[in-house]
Design a protein around this ligand. Structure first.
Ligand SMILES: *[C@@H]1O[C@H](CO)[C@@H](O)[C@H](O)[C@H]1NC(C)=O
Ligand SMILES: *[C@@H]1O[C@H](CO)[C@@H](O)[C@H](O)[C@H]1NC(C)=O
Ligand SMILES: *[C@@H]1O[C@H](CO)[C@@H](O)[C@H](O)[C@H]1NC(C)=O
Ligand SMILES: *[C@@H]1O[C@H](CO)[C@@H](O)[C@H](O)[C@H]1NC(C)=O
Ligand SMILES: *[C@@H]1O[C@H](CO)[C@@H](O)[C@H](O)[C@H]1NC(C)=O
Ligand SMILES: *[C@@H]1O[C@H](CO)[C@@H](O)[C@H](O)[C@H]1NC(C)=O
Ligand SMILES: *[C@@H]1O[C@H](CO)[C@@H](O)[C@H](O)[C@H]1NC(C)=O
Ligand SMILES: *[C@@H]1O[C@H](CO)[C@@H](O)[C@H](O)[C@H]1NC(C)=O
Ligand SMILES: *[C@@H]1O[C@H](CO)[C@@H](O)[C@H](O)[C@H]1NC(C)=O
Length: 613
């Protein structure tokens, strides 16, 4: 159909032009372009007039055409004359266009503008004798793109990269006509510069007719770019203007040669001992990637910027280093630290476990524990401190020396380290009697006395008794422990007794001798040993002497003859006087005389003369 019109029209116009009697002319004017948003409606006016007073109400025919971009062909979309106004059937504008006309001209209105409506619209006017004229308007269609989306690279970018590296990409989708993308760094536009800044643009024509533009920024980063903010901006045309929309800003991770690295021990705090888990950390001025070396050249597997050493031993002591992992790998920058793992080995006690020592011998016990720090040793025996040196001299061993010796080793500068060890010392030797080894005793006949014999020795001594002079005796106590034996025999004194306690072991024997003198006596006065009651005796003597003096005075006054001396005078004199006195009151003083004799004997036995009183 469209083809039909095109062939027909030129012929038709030619006929009219030849037959025109008056030379008139059509004048037509149209806008060069009309701009409109997608989806809106567009008005394309076509104004025309006739020169030489051509009657406007005469026959005028107006036709509207559109052109195809690819070929130069065109299609009519509307026809109007004095009688009819018809939108052509089966064109893409059928049903979407209307034409209004008045004295000045006509106006084509297109509804619901599509991207495909971006084309030229022709208005052709035929005024028969007045001739014809044609004009065109370029319809421009605009669609705003979506806001630009920026995406920075996630990996860090090294300043040592020789060529510009991809920093970010930016996409603006579904715009019309094609939008542009501009890059900014810190708000300043980036301009393409060989070797430094490069933008790769990819334009996609969507099926819908829209343009999507993607731009990739390649950039040679410098250290300062770690703080830079990158953004992109989309610019696009709208009716009568240019608009821009900016993206978010992003920052990037820049790896650059580290100029300073610090390395330190994060945990534990303070000194490190064997068995601790140690965490070392490494940090540089930027975003270095670390790589650790413990001499000699052994790489350790780190975790980020930390290095965790599982339970350490003294072998882990040493110098630890970390260095940034650079592309060229030969950086001189490194962090370094000394790790010292302290230790205290179990105490070694010499002699070991238990040791036999012969009585009187000298022994030196030692306690040593290998440590990386200065140690302090304390020896204990039965919970009591006995020494503060790693050596413990045990001179002239006695049975008291026997026992368990424990040494506690501590590290004053690192209390978490301590250990201990022990040795059991056993003193070996012949029996040794406890107490006196000879007992002389006077006992009233018929009494029962206990004879006690106690000795220490190792091996434990055995005690045997040999008792001469008594038929009846019993062992009433028999006790023994590791190195002591005790035996008590109960003996009835019938006559003088000689008892012998023989304590012996395989190292020797000792005897204790008991001599008991039996006193035939009917008094119940308790026998006493020379050592006991001397104080009481002295008091009794003084009282007796005072009594004698008083008695003497009384006698003096009674008989008025002689003179009794008292005080610092000889024993003989007192005895003499006493004898005199005894003679006088002999019947009443028998007991007294007897008692005094015993008392004096006892005092002499104690080597204290009456002059000492
Ligand atoms: C134009 O033509 C119409 C009738 O067709 C007529 O009535 C009118 O007077 C004419 N005007 C002029 C200026 O010739
Ligand atoms: C010109 O192009 C349009 C579509 O682009 C097509 O429909 C038409 O047939 C073409 N005309 C000629 C003469 O090739
Ligand atoms: C357009 O089509 C309608 C029917 O669909 C028809 O009546 C009319 O004559 C046609 N017009 C043209 C100009 O072919
Ligand atoms: C896009 O860039 C081209 C080429 O520099 C320029 O001609 C055009 O005007 C730009 N478009 C916009 C919307 O800025
Ligand atoms: C990058 O930006 C994020 C969010 O704005 C911020 O948390 C981060 O610290 C920045 N990084 C650098 C290296 O500036
Ligand atoms: C440490 O760096 C060297 C080269 O410098 C490399 O061969 C090695 O793989 C790195 N080790 C780790 C754990 O990154
Ligand atoms: C510890 O013993 C050593 C000899 O073994 C001696 O030189 C040192 O003085 C002793 N130290 C003390 C505190 O007794
Ligand atoms: C002798 O020893 C035994 C047992 O210890 C005791 O029962 C007894 O009374 C003692 N006899 C004398 C006279 O001390
Ligand atoms: C004491 O006993 C030991 C061992 O039985 C013996 O060898 C020794 O002769 C005895 N000593 C006396 C004085 O009896």
């Amino acid at each position: 159909m469209a083809l039909l019109y095109r062939t027909f029209l030129p012929l038709f116009l030619h006929i009219f032009l030849l037959s025109g009697s008056v030379w008139t002319k059509v004048e037509l004017s149209m806008h060069e372009s009309v701009e409109v948003y997608l989806g809106d409606s567009a008005q394309i006016p076509c104004q025309y007039s006739f020169t030489n007073g051509y009657n406007m109400s005469s026959f005028v025919m107006i036709q509207w055409f559109v052109s195809f971009a690819g070929n130069n062909s065109r299609v009519r979309i509307f026809y109007a004359d004095g009688n009819q106004q018809i939108a052509d059937n089966n064109t893409e504008y059928t049903g979407r266009i209307t034409v209004t006309s008045d004295q000045k001209g006509a106006q084509l209105t297109i509804q619901d503008i599509q991207i495909s409506d971006k084309r030229e619209f022709f208005c052709q006017v035929n005024g028969l004798a007045a001739g014809n004229a044609e004009g065109k308007t370029h319809l421009r269609v605009f669609a705003r793109p979506e806001a630009p989306v920026i995406e920075g690279v996630l990996d860090g970018i090294s300043v040592t990269n020789k060529h510009p590296s991809k920093v970010a990409s930016c996409e603006a989708r579904n715009g019309f006509p094609k939008p542009n993308i501009t890059w900014y760094k810190n708000g300043v536009p980036l301009i393409s510069k060989p070797g430094h800044v490069k933008m790769l643009i990819l334009v996609t024509r969507e099926y819908s007719g829209f343009y999507s533009v993607q731009s990739t920024l390649e950039y040679k980063v410098v250290k300062e770019d770690k703080d830079a903010l990158f953004s992109c901006e989309v610019s696009f045309f709208v009716p009568g203007a240019v608009r821009t929309v900016e993206s978010d800003s992003i920052n990037i991770t820049v790896h650059y040669p580290t100029t300073m690295v610090k390395m330190w021990k994060e945990s534990p705090q303070g000194l490190v001992k064997e068995g601790d888990t140690v965490k070392l950390r490494c940090q540089g001025d930027g975003n270095p990637i670390f790589n650790r070396t413990q001499e000699p050249d052994k790489d350790l597997k780190g975790n980020g910027d930390s290095l965790i050493l599982p339970p350490v031993s003294r072998k882990d002591s040493g110098i630890y280093q970390c260095r940034p992992l650079d592309i060229d790998g030969d950086t001189k920058v490194k962090g370094e630290m000394q790790l010292t793992v302290h230790y205290l080995d179990p105490a070694v006690v010499e002699p070991k476990d238990s040791e036999l020592v012969v009585r009187g011998e000298h022994l030196i016990a030692t306690c040593n524990a290998l440590s990386s720090l200065k140690t302090h040793v304390v020896w204990y025996k039965d919970g009591k401190q006995v020494g503060q040196n790693n050596t413990l001299p045990l001179n002239d061993a006695t049975y008291e020396t026997t026992g368990e010796y424990t040494c506690e080793v501590s590290v004053p500068s690192f209390p978490a380290l301590h250990t201990s060890g022990s040795v059991h010392i056993i003193v070996h030797g012949g029996p040794q009697l406890l107490g006196v080894d000879q007992v002389l005793q006077a006992e009233s006949a018929g009494r029962v006395v206990n004879l006690s014999c106690e000795a220490v020795g190792y091996p434990v001594p055995s005690i045997s008794w040999n008792i001469v002079g008594s038929q009846s005796w019993d062992e009433v106590v028999s006790k023994a422990n590791e190195h002591m034996a005790h035996s008590v025999v109960s003996v009835k004194v019938t006559s003088d007794i000689n008892a012998l306690c023989n304590v012996s072991n395989n190292m020797g024997a000792e005897v204790k001798i008991f001599s008991i003198k039996a006193i035939p006596s009917i008094t119940s006065a308790a026998p006493f040993s020379p050592a006991e009651g001397s104080g009481v005796i002295i008091v009794v003597i003084i009282l007796c002497l005072l009594l004698l003096a008083t008695l003497g005075s009384i006698l003096y006054f009674l008989h008025k003859k002689g003179k009794i001396l008292c005080g610092r005078s000889g024993k003989q004199e007192i005895t003499k006087e006493k004898t005199t006195k005894d003679d006088i009151v002999v019947e009443m003083k028998t007991n007294t005389k007897n008692e005094e004799a015993i008392l004096l004997k006892a005092v002499n036995g104690d080597k204290k003369g009456p002059n000492d009183q």
